[in-house]
Design a protein around this ligand. Structure first.
Ligand code: SF4
Ligand code: SF4
Length: 142
């Protein structure tokens, strides 16, 4: 899926997370999921970035992971799409096309290489939310 700024996302650590105890059902474990970090369509970009998201990245990641404008063909809309908003690039992956910062496999051990510096759109993607459960369902993760 392409995490764009119109989506509703929220914060959740993937590594070193301290689980909160409450009466609600357990949230899905991002460390064995990755469904929202990978999608079937090659957008060339994966997560839109705000200025503060770019500021949070190191110079290395700004140079290697950020796309400042991008054009791609959308199979879904059957036309060429264009964005001039900065975004994290995507890359081919065994499960489709993944965010450039994703490593591992969908539905198995995986992690975000820039977890501490991940963009707000990812911080706001809440595990267990309808969007999360939809991504997991699309990826056939129960
Ligand atoms: S789809 Fe949900 S559980 Fe899976 S990585 Fe994203 S937020 Fe975490
Ligand atoms: S920045 Fe990290 S959490 Fe966000 S889509 Fe990429 S791999 Fe997933």
């Amino acid at each position: 899926m392409w995490k764009n700024l119109k989506s509703n996302k929220s914060l959740q650590p993937k590594r070193g997370q301290t689980a909160k105890t409450n009466s609600r059902p357990a949230k899905p474990d991002c460390r064995n999921c990755g469904a929202c970090c990978v999608g079937p369509e090659d957008f060339g970009i994966h997560a839109d970035l705000l200025d503060e998201d770019i500021d949070r990245l190191t110079l290395h990641y700004r140079r290697t992971h950020v796309v400042h404008s991008h054009q791609w063909y959308s199979r879904r809309f059957d036309r060429t799409m264009y964005t001039d908003r900065p975004a994290l690039a995507s890359k081919p992956h065994a499960d489709g096309f993944a965010c450039v910062a994703f490593t591992g496999r969908v539905g198995g051990p995986c992690r975000c290489k820039i977890y501490e510096r991940r963009p707000d759109i990812c911080r706001n993607f809440e595990p267990g939310s309808p969007e999360c459960l939809g991504a997991r369902k699309d990826a056939k993760i129960s």
